[in-house]
Design a protein around this ligand. Structure first.
Ligand SMILES: Nc1ncnc2c1ncn2[C@@H]1O[C@H](COP(=O)(O)OP(=O)(O)OP(=O)(O)O)[C@@H](O)[C@H]1O
Ligand SMILES: [Mg+2]
Length: 356
């Protein structure tokens, strides 16, 4: 730590450092903007600080994971405070005025929601649930609603709407990305802040401290619940999440901004063109998420269809349709292509049809 840094805040999990302006931030695309350094610690707390401990390596894991998620969200159009990774435990971020409202997004009943509503943990929620909590250590971060936010003057209606929109967009993006890592995004907490210009920007961290992540296959918890509930294997779970996300992140970085769909393997202009005669054998491959994997896109389509009055529609799975023109119709080679590239067998099912 250099002497030129001033500690602005030491929280339960992180230290926020102020660094002297003006600074140049080569490679960040943002010149001379006020910035903070966030240092991620190994300290862990739960139940409003009543349980304390150390999760060795957590600071590094949470810093590196947050950086990957912030980069992904930025590319997909969600503004974040992330500027640059400085070291294993430190990131440079935009200086914000934090909105004291935590936004929680839930896909599956767990933790306090399961208790409050009397739902068994693991029950999928028919609709994504958004909750607001008042960020106040003295009060124990109570659950609040829009009226409370308004009456306490914590955020304007427009700001709260923006936070909710960005949180739901983050849920779609992160849900899909984590599914590729064999992880179910059960729920997560976000913090937002205001820039000097008044823009609402995603802040803080996205990590196993702030997300519930369950292994798709085994249902095993790979998040802070292992610490909260003394399940053991805490460090291993954090490392496992980092390992899986890092493997997948290289692929996300190749995606064009503005939509993951843009980078999917080229699909035919219409299914009809896939059937156009060419004289060569064709394989038609269908890839869908496994039924055990959360499919936020499918859920959105189902909601939209039901809103339009198609109430008979049950579960919807959205997938990929890929047409391959081949030299010869060899099912074994097509199957190998599916396993090695076209589908991710951990989270996706595939089938194909061969026609001459
Ligand atoms: N870009 C940012 N600009 C300013 N403050 C930030 C930014 N990102 C995060 N913070 C704040 O930095 C602090 C990080 O510390 P930490 O998460 O350890 O706090 P905490 O102990 O959880 O307490 P808190 O209840 O304040 O979050 C939080 O208060 C968070 O709101
Ligand atoms: Mg915090």
């Amino acid at each position: 730590m250099t002497n030129s840094r001033r500690k602005v805040h030491e929280g339960k999990a992180k230290i926020v450092w102020e660094i002297p302006p003006p600074r140049d931030m080569p490679g960040t695309g943002r010149a001379q903007e006020p910035a903070f350094v966030i240092e991620f610690k190994d300290d862990a707390t739960a139940f409003d600080g009543r349980k304390r401990g150390l999760i060795e390596g957590k600071g590094r894991v949470n810093n590196l994971l947050s950086a990957i998620f912030f980069e992904l969200l930025e590319r997909e159009g969600v503004p974040t405070h992330y500027l640059k990774t400085l070291s294993d435990r430190e990131m440079l971020v935009r200086r914000l005025e934090i909105v004291p409202v935590e936004v929680v997004v839930r896909n599956v009943a767990a933790g306090s929601l399961a208790k409050r509503l009397g739902l068994a943990e693991g029950t999928p929620l028919a609709r994504t649930v958004v909750e607001f909590y008042y960020k106040s250590d003295e009060l124990g971060d109570p659950l609040i609603n829009r009226h409370h936010v308004r009456t306490l003057g914590l955020a304007t209606d427009e700001e709260l709407d923006r936070m909710e929109t960005l949180a739901l967009r983050a849920n779609d993006i992160l849900g899909r990305a984590l599914a590729e890592c064999g992880l179910r995004l059960i729920d997560f907490k976000l913090e937002f802040g205001r820039t000097d210009a008044g823009e609402i920007v995603l802040a803080d961290e996205i990590s196993p401290d702030t997300c519930r992540l369950w292994d798709v296959e085994s249902g095993e918890r790979l998040d802070k619940d292992r610490f909260r509930r003394d399940l053991g294997g805490v460090e291993e779970a954090y490392e496992e999440v980092l390992h899986r996300v890092r493997e997948a992140a290289a692929k996300w970085r190749d995606l064009r901004p503005g939509g993951r769909e843009g980078a999917e393997p080229a699909a035919p202009a219409s299914p009809a063109s896939a059937d156009a005669p060419s004289g060569r054998p064709r394989a038609r491959v269908f890839v869908t998420l496994k039924s055990t994997v959360l499919d936020p896109q499918g859920a959105a389509v189902r909601r939209a269809l039901q809103t339009l009055g198609y109430t008979e529609v049950g579960d919807v799975r959205v997938g990929k349709f890929i047409v391959l023109e081949l030299e010869e119709a060899d099912p074994e080679r097509v199957d190998e292509m599916c396993r090695r590239l076209l589908a991710n067998p951990v989270i996706e099912d595939y089938r194909f049809e061969l026609d001459e």
